[in-house]
Design a protein around this ligand. Sequence first.
Ligand code: NAG
Ligand code: NAG
Ligand code: NAG
Ligand code: FE2
Length: 494
Amino acid sequence: MLHSKIVNTLQADKGTLTSLVTRMQAMLLNIVLASFVFLSCIRDGSAGITSSFVRSAFPAVDMPVDHEVFAVPKGYNAPQQVHITQGDYDGKAVIISWVTPDEPGPRHVQYGTSKNNYKTSKESTVANYTFYNYKSGYIHHCLVEGLEYSTKYYYRIGSGDCAREFWFETPPKIGPDTPYKFGIIGDLGQTFNSLSTLEHYIESGGQAVLYVGDLSYSDQHDNKDNGLRWDTWGRFAEMSAAYQPWMWNVGNHEVEFLPEVGEVIPFKNYLYRYTTPYLASHSSSPLWYAVRRASAHIIVLSSYSPFVKYTPQYIWLKQELARVDRKKTPWLFVIMHKPLYNSNTAHYMEGEAMRSVFESWFVQYKVDVIFAGHVHAYERSYRYSNIDYNITSGRRYPVPDKSAPIYITIGDGGNLEGLASRYLDPQPEYSAFREASYGHATLEIKNRTHAIYHWYRNDDGVKVPADSLVLHNQYWGYIGRKQNQLIEEVSNIE
Ligand SMILES: *[C@@H]1O[C@H](CO)[C@@H](O)[C@H](O)[C@H]1NC(C)=O
Ligand SMILES: *[C@@H]1O[C@H](CO)[C@@H](O)[C@H](O)[C@H]1NC(C)=O
Ligand SMILES: *[C@@H]1O[C@H](CO)[C@@H](O)[C@H](O)[C@H]1NC(C)=O
Ligand SMILES: [Fe+2]
């Protein structure tokens, strides 16, 4: 399962120091913001909005290991940390993953279309590993193929009294007008804020999660507790991830390059535990891949793997973009960890390298939305591009571009590093809305032309919609625009 071929990671950004600094900055800024509420409502010459909402201070600390959301299921060797992801290109397969703590078996998943009537059974592959002084449980991945579309499946893992039962629904067959509701979550971690985010997402009722990277933040704990905090995160995320697929993606906290304790294989914990259907999209690495689901084509990129010209990820993306068929899947979304457009002072311009390599493709292929995380706040851009710039053209400013994607930064899941509360002032022209709060988003595709997007702020435990849009499809909307100049690109429905 572990693809150690992919060890040539360019950036082993462990980030301990930087995150400590970020946390301290965030704490200080919270105090400053609390005392100058009115100052945070900035509206410069452009139409962009910097939200005046100021979140009251709330500790950004991980929930204690004995918190009920981390509870180990009762019984000897009971399966835990259950999560599923799409298992093929088009959604007729899932990969069911779980951990058994005491012994490798039983390995089978039993499943069927009605409860307690598990007609079919499939064996998992099992692996275990060590990380510094931690020994993992037995990690199972089971590919369940040949499912029917739009069908509810019940599944059971484990045996006897310790068996556990879950369910999931397969997506509809891919098609241009197939409605579907995605959730978007990033940088979740395992704090009390993370719990609000996840509970609010479950309330929002999405059907599958596009996850923009940085999962457990285990690397922010003492090395001896690292493996343990991957396990608690797995048990926490189960409340959603056992029932609907999460499309996984890596962030810097998955790199975990720790030569000081002899751990030098990047993404080791992540790759053992989280799997992706990368072979189905002809990718050579689980770190970048694509799936099609309902009316969407979703491309997942690794911000922490080589991506410049001639690298595997570059060659793969070029080929994958050419495979996109907007007549079958009108909606094209790209997920990555580092945002390409970000006006928060946190991680400012870290995405420039990837932007300079891939942005012209994203414009050429009319990507609808690019979702990223990394910055612990929320930001949405207008359709802007900066593809005319080269080292002699002198055209160095992003410009409005109807073919460009909307960039959404949603690294606001609520992890222990706290919020990134400081924005560049004045707000750059490309930035439409920005707010330093925790939250999640949903993207509800209605048909080939329309999708409704909402970002929900946690607001100390209450779910509040704080940014909403009607998205007009970049391919079908574009055809429409040519015929009818009146069709608006993006209309704010608030
Ligand atoms: C995996 O588990 C087996 C026992 O089933 C144990 O002998 C082995 O040492 C473990 N491997 C690692 C890498 O921990
Ligand atoms: C760079 O910009 C200049 C001026 O616009 C243009 O003539 C030239 O072709 C560009 N070079 C590349 C490699 O795009
Ligand atoms: C697509 O959905 C939007 C929003 O629900 C609706 O207004 C529009 O009429 C639909 N278009 C078609 C072709 O069904
Ligand atoms: Fe990050």
